[in-house]
Design a protein around this ligand. Sequence first.
Ligand code: ATP
Ligand code: MG
Length: 562
Amino acid sequence: MLSEERESRNFIENIIDNDIKEGRVRAIKTRFPPEPNGYLHIGHAKSIILNSGLAEEYGGTFNLRFDDTNPTKEKTEFVESIKADVEWLGADCGDTIFFASNYFDDMYEAAVRLIKNGKAYVSDLSADEIREYRGTLTEPGKEDPYSKRSIEENLQLFEDMKAGKYEDGSKVLRARIDMASPNINMRDPVIYRIAHMTHQNTKDKWCIYPMYDFAHPIEDAIEGITHSICTLEFEDHRPLYDWVVIEAGYKKTPEDTPKQIEFAKLYLTNVVTGKRYIKKLVEDKIVDGWDDPRLVSIAALRRRGFTPESIRKFVELCGISKSNASVDYAMLEYCIREDLKLKRSRIMAVLDPVKVVIDNYPEGQEEELTVVNNMENEELGSHTVKFTKELYIERDDFMKEPPKKYFRLYPGNEVRLMQAYYVTCTSFEEDENGNVTVIHCTYDPETKGGNSPDGRKVKGTIHWVPAPYAVKATVRLYENIVNEELGVYNEDGSLNLNPNSKTVLENCMIEPEILKAKPYDSFQFVRQGFFAVDPKDTTDDHLVFNRIVSLKSSYKLPANNQ
Ligand code: ATP
Ligand code: MG
């Protein structure tokens, strides 16, 4: 979208507009810097869409850069999944993918420069001692006893750290800033630590690794990022970000770029996104991987049948702000429903089938009916379905003894079989437990197409599937994986799981048009909702569907979004 087209500019656009006006930047450059230690979730999608969207809006560039500075938790599996997610969301990150680890040499040299300028020193304090010396919000920190080491000694020690002469945790490199600073982040932060670990990219080349607060600004500076957009918890780290880029020689004043700008994270109410929790759900096999359709990882949303457009719409509705707020999952459902409504074909699927026999329909006869794929969008064309003597309908579209205002099928009542005929229930059969096994009807041949020439009206219209051609499939219905009513977390901090989060229906009957479906394809199952072909569990001869969202909702967009 061109910047002029939107009425109101968000605060980040205002900052960028101003930077352009005042000549601080010409081409803008943004980035998304995930750490490859898990799958991306809907919150990350906000960051991706925001950053790539700004690059597009201003005709700039957008980098996907893996912030792989901590080898302990990182895996190639995560690198691959993140690439796939960013691509699926449609973010244009050009042909190059960046890795922080490719700049380890630059970072090392930047650290050496700091030492030479008296701005960094090697300390032998343990992690606990460093924490102790750091002070609190109300008390200043204490000088590190090793801070008086000479430049020569520090250079030698740092080189020895790099050469592998010391054990993990025995020494660190600290920036020399101000132990009395009111901002704890500025109290001589650790910028390098020792970790004898194999890195997913640099393998065993390094046994010292830069800390995030040191690495990140250098990565941005090397790539020429103009606006380094991050979430609010980094606001207090901004002075350190500026300190690093200035002291490492990449910019002159805090107003220069790269410039860090913070925005509020996206939270979904009662939805679990934390990596720690998801990892445990995966390990305990409560979910079937990081892409289990009940999760809100991007991979899970894709598998469930969400579209990139629906997620973009959602992010747009959430807006960009400086204050944390939580958004209802129903808003995400609203976005996918709106997106699919006109784009998808409508198919008749019976999730809990019961057989209907039309006693007066001639034995062996069948008729091919043409049905429109989407009444609201002619462009989707039509398909055919055969009408036959034996059909399946939804079990709850029939009642032996209906309550008042039940307009569907019951003995003596006439209903419309969608797009086909009027039928009247004459009798039913049941098993010894009282479960209905077969419903007998007669049809009125004059009502073909679902209208009566004598103007006779029926109140109920139900869907059906021709029994001889029905395609048997599995359909899975989902609810929130955690218990919203009783609280998401238990007292011990564990998740309060919802035992009904997944319902598997094994005997669904779908009209044969469905045989054209491929993994990820989605449909509206009439009267039921939107469903997508599960890419993982579907086989060549058995379709498995995930319900993306039901058709109806009481959800209303907040007034300012209408
Ligand atoms: P970690 O706890 O491992 O740091 P993380 O979710 O912050 O988890 P990162 O890989 O560091 O993971 O995140 C990459 C980028 O996504 C960061 O710039 C971060 O600010 C942004 N981001 C993370 N969570 C959200 C969220 N909920 N909403 C918007 N942006 C987010
Ligand atoms: Mg992070």
